[in-house]
Design a protein around this ligand. Sequence first.
Ligand code: 5GP
Length: 191
Amino acid sequence: MTGSGAAPLTIVVSGPGGVGKGTIVNALVRRDPRLWLSRSWTTREQRPGEPDDAYVFTDPATFEQRIAEGGFLEWTEFLGNYYGTPTPDPPPGADVVLEIEVDGARQVKEVCPDAILIFVLPPSREEQERRLRGRGDRADRIYARLRKAEEEEPIGKALADYVVVNDDLETTIQEMLEIIENARRARAQAT
Ligand code: 5GP
């Protein structure tokens, strides 16, 4: 069953910066209209050329106010900024996709044990660094993100239900669509 009666699946896509998570989740929601992508809040500055709707860009006071109101499914501090997932409100029948870092993924697993956690790895550190540089971040921020990635990798692998190496984008997307379809089939059998 995929209709409005079934509880939504929560699909968490996590992985180090520069691994291509953003591109992947955007492709997933384009190809599968039953997927609904959550838009996170952040206090980080918008990057040059970054779309206005990449995040809800906000200030720390507003973010903290929302924490106090219990308005986040999860939130964390990542390299000096807040990031958080507002309590999801998908349209009926849709499944939820979150693109978040590993501390957030761990929190989602705690409150929502059925969430499917897919951890994405870069094909190599060199490729990851190349992708991070291509985004126009400052050099010190790129190094901070690479160090953070090394820290996140073992944690993410241990938490994950599935680990996918994003070598070829098309193969990665197909693999993930299959994981989601299998989860839908399992949900239909369980209801
Ligand atoms: P960036 O600054 O590169 O856009 O994001 C930094 C990290 O924060 C990435 O790993 C990204 O997946 C993660 N992130 C984005 N939104 C959220 C969120 O709502 N919650 C958490 N925990 N992490 C997020």
